[in-house]
Design a protein. Structure first.
Length: 262
């Protein structure tokens, strides 16, 4: 069953018959949760980085100015989407994820205090239970955003990833917080729409089997990684729109994600 607020947005955008909500969309405060793609954008150590090649940035012989670029990058880097097929054979690719799963009410689970004490911290079922004691059961069709505080380290590669190395040699040195597989299982049972985090991966840096990816993606729940500015969102009440590049058959892709504040 779709969350009532998601249905409200879909109906409102289709018919514009709810002026209060359309006014909120037009006049509300938006927070950009996306890092720009440029030469500083961080990618997985074994992935190809973002490259922008200038084709033209000049005035033409005809007298008008013309700018154009070529770009190239791996699917997984910067603020991006992980499609379920990334770690679950036969599940949704980037273009197959239902649009309604990429927009909806969001909650923020803040574990920045715990992550301050350990770069390898993993969000536990106890963290989720504590959130629910304070704010109520996590509703189905919610977008869950995990704030570890790691965004304050962007774009310092060594501090954000735990290493400044690239290639396979970097992998044993990765240290950043993530989601414990048991907590991922709880979120699948809550039937959330998507899970986002302000680190390079849903799994913590020392993971070698990516169990949280497997559990979420096996339930066709996509992930958003390297999400920016989560400190600007309230614990509840924001509305998130997360639209990836629509790559047919993709395992992920660059993501533009924004939040409408309550």
């Amino acid at each position: 069953m779709r969350h009532p607020l998601v249905l409200t947005v879909i109906l409102c955008l289709a018919s514009c018959r709810q002026p209060a909500f359309t006014d909120r969309l037009a006049r509300g405060t938006w927070v950009d949760l996306t890092y720009p793609f440029d030469s500083t954008t961080m990618y997985w150590p074994t992935a190809q980085p973002f490259r922008l090649t200038v084709v033209s940035a000049q005035r033409t012989p005809a007298g008008y100015y013309y700018a154009a670029n070529n770009l190239a990058a791996a699917e997984h880097g910067g603020t991006h989407l992980d499609a379920p097929v990334h770690f679950a054979e036969g599940k949704h690719s980037t273009d197959q994820i239902p649009l309604a799963q990429l927009l909806g009410p969001a909650i923020v689970i803040d574990v920045s205090r715990q992550a301050d004490s350990s770069a390898d911290y993993r969000v536990t079922p106890a963290d989720l239970a504590a959130w629910e004691v304070a704010h109520g059961r996590i509703a189905a069709a919610t977008i869950v955003l995990i704030r570890t505080g790691w965004g304050s380290r962007w774009p310092d590669r060594a501090r954000y990833l735990g290493t400044s190395k690239t290639g396979g040699a970097a992998l044993p040195e990765l240290h950043f917080p993530g989601l414990h597989p048991d907590a991922a299982q709880v979120l699948t049972e809550r039937q959330v729409d998507a899970v986002g985090i302000d680190t390079p991966s849903i799994d913590y840096g020392q993971s070698t089997t990516y169990d949280s990816h497997q559990r979420l993606f096996g339930a066709d729940i996509p992930a958003f990684e390297n999400v920016a500015n989560l400190g600007g969102l309230p614990v509840t009440g924001s509305f998130v729109i997360a639209l990836p590049m629509l790559i047919r058959g993709g395992s992920g892709g660059p993501l533009r994600i924004v939040a409408l504040l309550p």
